[in-house]
Ligand binder design. Sequence first.
Ligand SMILES: Nc1ncnc2c1ncn2[C@@H]1O[C@H](COP(=O)(O)OP(=O)(O)O)[C@@H](O)[C@H]1O
Ligand SMILES: [Mg+2]
Length: 246
Amino acid sequence: MIKVTDLKKTYPGKVPVHALKGVSFEIPSGQFVAIMGPSGSGKSTLLHQLALLDDPTSGRILLDGLDVLTLTDRKRTEFRLRHLGYVFQEYALIPELNAIENAFLPLMLLGMKRKEFIRVSTELMGRVGLDNRLHHLINELSGGEQQRVAIARALVNKSKILFADEPCANLDTENKGIVLRLLRKLCNDLGQTIVMVTHEPEQREFADRVLWFRDGRLVKEEYIGKDVREDAIHNGYRTDVSSDPD
Ligand SMILES: Nc1ncnc2c1ncn2[C@@H]1O[C@H](COP(=O)(O)OP(=O)(O)O)[C@@H](O)[C@H]1O
Ligand SMILES: [Mg+2]
């Protein structure tokens, strides 16, 4: 589903920053991958390139077999709206719109009928626990609520691929659990391919596989065992069960 070959990204400037130094990997369809690594290791840069939000310096990206860097700007935008979802680290919500309008915006841009996009977005807002915040403006919401609007917006088009940059960074324990279980369910039920950046080791246990980055390079791969994953899904970030310390 995703194939990256020798991807490099250098931010130009007086002191150019080599954020990605030649990264190659493949992610099969339906896999949930966690991207881990210290701050500044290139995780967000990688996600931006994969989601066609930026142009890499060199390298090749295939998404669903399509050589996406060769597409025209218009085709790229259309591909992104239709086939990709993206949760931004800094939300990127539109303050003039209320919560549900932010969530359904991608569907409106795709030309879906109003009745249908209201239905789809209302359902997703419920799944991220925001049923009672639909008509609040963005600045009337807490950081955690804004993050969940951003997650709902990234999910409305039921895209083949979902990118999420630290989607749980501003959430409390209970909401972390809700979001991680929701992502896992989307992967299991819809066969969605998910690439999630996180810096919390516990969160990677919800994934199938982990790619570890350091200093712009992919340095280690890890597969999460089924038992570990099942345990994370059932017990991770739960506030409603008391865990036995033994
Ligand atoms: N727009 C930019 N211009 C210049 N340098 C950048 C830009 N974005 C990120 N960087 C630099 O690239 C490196 C990787 O950043 P980033 O991908 O955000 O790391 P991470 O998400 O792993 O914390 C860092 O050294 C960062 O300062
Ligand atoms: Mg980052």
